[in-house]
Design a protein around this ligand. Structure first.
Ligand SMILES: NC(=O)c1ccc[n+]([C@@H]2O[C@H](COP(=O)([O-])OP(=O)(O)OC[C@H]3O[C@@H](n4cnc5c(N)ncnc54)[C@H](O)[C@@H]3O)[C@@H](O)[C@H]2O)c1
Length: 249
């Protein structure tokens, strides 16, 4: 068990890829905090049914008070915070449209959840990680930033911001023994996003990869567990592309 007794928060952990991270770290012995704006109970119940320990916290990552409560409730239940998985984002429900058609309010909302959310969650867990002298933050970027995907410019821009945030925070937190890394997934069949893209574009995506198949949430779990575990103890500031070789950097 590579995460025995570690306490792992997964934001956006109730659905899609976040749910796969929650179940995946629990299978490696972690105690999991499933934080989401949608009901986290079904994922918590699933972890408990498999013999694991989990806590559900309803939390909007763009609201500072919610993120502070997330940290407090985690400490109250499990006594520490080893890993923050900054996975929540406005993504699957976003419409693809030209940059001229994106409402300004939607741009702001994407930035508030996809970037301010990371900032607030990192600040909320920092005191506990600093006191422990150790901790790991895993941010979720996207291959769309490396490819320059059109008709999603707010989303793509926010995911580029995640890379900058990761590098800068890693420089600030190294002295406290806190590592900060990111994962950039490729287009992954995760539920909500599947109706957003035509069959033809899905096939195009597969053809553009070195590994010629669709990506599924389970493809990302191994990398998340690796970054959460002590196996990656001397790695920080990095962004790992996990997209079947669809893009390189
Ligand atoms: N699926 C893909 O193709 C893909 C590719 C690259 C990167 N990603 C990234 O991976 C992560 C997960 O993707 P997904 O496909 O599962 O996305 P999704 O849209 O299906 O799920 C996002 C999760 O975040 C939660 N969430 C949304 N707003 C929130 C908020 N304000 N506070 C807390 N939780 C909130 C949602 O309820 C949901 O559980 C996201 O960061 C996404 O940008 C996904």
């Amino acid at each position: 068990m590579r995460l025995e007794d570690k306490v792992v928060i997964v934001t956006g952990g109730a659905k899609g890829i976040g749910r796969a991270y929650s179940l995946g770290v629990a299978a490696e012995g972690a105690r999991v905090v499933v934080a989401d704006i949608v009901d986290p109970k079904p994922t918590v119940t699933e972890i408990e049914a498999r013999g694991g320990q989990a806590l559900g916290v309803e939390c909007d990552v763009s609201r500072e008070a919610d993120t502070l409560r997330l940290a407090t409730e985690t400490i109250a239940r499990f006594g520490r915070i080893d890993v923050l998985g900054n996975n929540a984002a406005l993504y699957g429900t976003l419409k693809r449209r030209s940059f001229m058609e994106i409402p300004v309010e939607e741009w702001d909302k994407v930035m508030a959840i996809n970037l301010r959310g990371l900032f607030l969650c990192a600040r909320a867990v920092f005191p506990a990680m600093k006191a422990q002298g150790k901790g790991t933050i895993i941010n979720i970027s996207s291959s769309t930033f490396f490819k320059g995907v059109p008709h999603y410019i707010h989303y793509t821009t926010s995911k580029g911001g995640v890379v900058g945030f990761t590098r800068s925070l890693a420089r600030e937190l190294g002295e406290f023994g806190i590592r900060v890394n990111a994962i950039a997934p490729g287009f992954t069949l995760s539920g909500e996003n599947e109706s957003n893209i035509s069959e033809e574009r899905k096939q195009e995506n597969v053809r553009s990869r070195m590994l010629k198949r669709a990506e599924v949430p389970q493809d990302l779990v191994g990398t998340f567990v690796f970054l959460a575990s002590d196996d990656s103890d001397f790695m920080t500031g990095q962004t790992l592309l996990v997209d079947g070789g669809g893009s390189v950097h």
